[in-house]
Design a protein around this ligand. Sequence first.
Ligand SMILES: [Fe+2]
Ligand SMILES: [Fe+2]
Length: 488
Amino acid sequence: MLFGHILDAAIGFTQAEGATIYMVDDETQVLRFIKIFNSKMNVSLNLDEITWPPISLYKEDKQPNLSNLAALCYHEKKSFNFPDVYEQDVFDYSGTVTYDKRNKYRTQSIVAIPMMDHKGNIIGIIQLINSLNAVGKVIPFSDIDIKNLEVLTSISAILMNNHKLISDLQTTFNQFIQSIAWAIDRKSKHFSGHIARVSTLVNMFAGEINAWHDESLKYSSINFSKDELEELNIAGLMHDLGKIITPMHILDKSSKLEAIFNRLELVKERMAHIRSLIGFDISKADKEGQEKLNCTLETLSEYEAFLEKINPGRENFTEKDREILRKIYEFRYSYQDKNYFILTENENYNLSIRSGTLNREDIVKIREHAYVTGKMLSQIKFPKYLARAPLYAESHHEKLNGKGYPRGLSAAQIPLQSRILALADVFEALTAVRPYKESKTLSETYTILKKMVDANEIDGDLLEFAIKSGLFMKYACSYLEPEQIDIE
Ligand SMILES: [Fe+2]
Ligand SMILES: [Fe+2]
């Protein structure tokens, strides 16, 4: 839009027939066509419609390209004004002649004005052709035209610089968020790549909702704006930001006794020590004593096998297990007036975990990440169009039944974007293929997700949309193993 205004203004006071705006691409050292207009040829092209190759600022031998007027204007940092382009020998106009012949056109008067920013850098060029008088005859551009154009280009340069600064800031912000997301993804072997994939799935979700127009599916009438899509993208990338403070040994706790190291090894060493003490006693005991001690050794072997079985937390911990664990915890071996034990109180507590590997405190610590995400993001002043991204990110563990966290929001308080994020988060966690973790097939995942819908935890309409629109299948084809795709 900005370029359209610049071009309109330039044509307005010079009465030029045609105009071109070029922008300097510092990285590739070219001038890119941004806007092309010609009233006589009925041409009006914007950046995304222009197929012409950019103009190189330097030749192959690295010397400045002075044969093109716009490139010349860039290198000389000054305006050029030719009453008739065919009657000058400052630059090579053969390309213009070829173009004119092909289009039955005659380029005559031409000006090129550099857009210079406050640091003296050329950021773009405006080129105008064929100034017309009141009766439509081509005349040279006047000195007043040049003066006015120079004022316009300097104002334009400031505007474009602001435009570029904003765009650079957005790029920097996005890259910063992405690099933090990458670092958190790298933090845990259990969650590696989680944020990147959730973010991809969330973006796919929004794109599919925008593209889908089947009225039988709720949400298909929703159309996210460009800003809303960006807001959701940022929320996806930031949703697990709070994991930055979650201790790694909790994030990666793959067995009940795992702390900074796996304490099962420590327990086994204690048992080995007790066995060696029993060995000393056996060598000194009578036959009856030896039999008793051998029984204790057997019991110890059974205990060790039992601890190895329950430590990974793969099976539910039963009442029978609890009874065996109690015996192990209470086990004492007395040697030279000292009692030797197998388990500490904390080890016993962790081994008693009913399901999985996390104890109450671990769960609190893990859940804290959603609160921390919100807390961290609340300290950043987001631009207006991203203002709701922190809310979406923070509420990805909220449940429609109000039993979610960190705030326990009600269904009415959970926006669609958070619901999308919540569903994508669970779907990714269930299906992700990672070491030390069993990944679910699509049908297993759908069964679990439907149970969550029945429990009013996640949005059933969204789940139906993701399945019926083929969104989950599309994601699965790109990110899951073929054997996980067990439905058509
Ligand atoms: Fe999370
Ligand atoms: Fe997550």
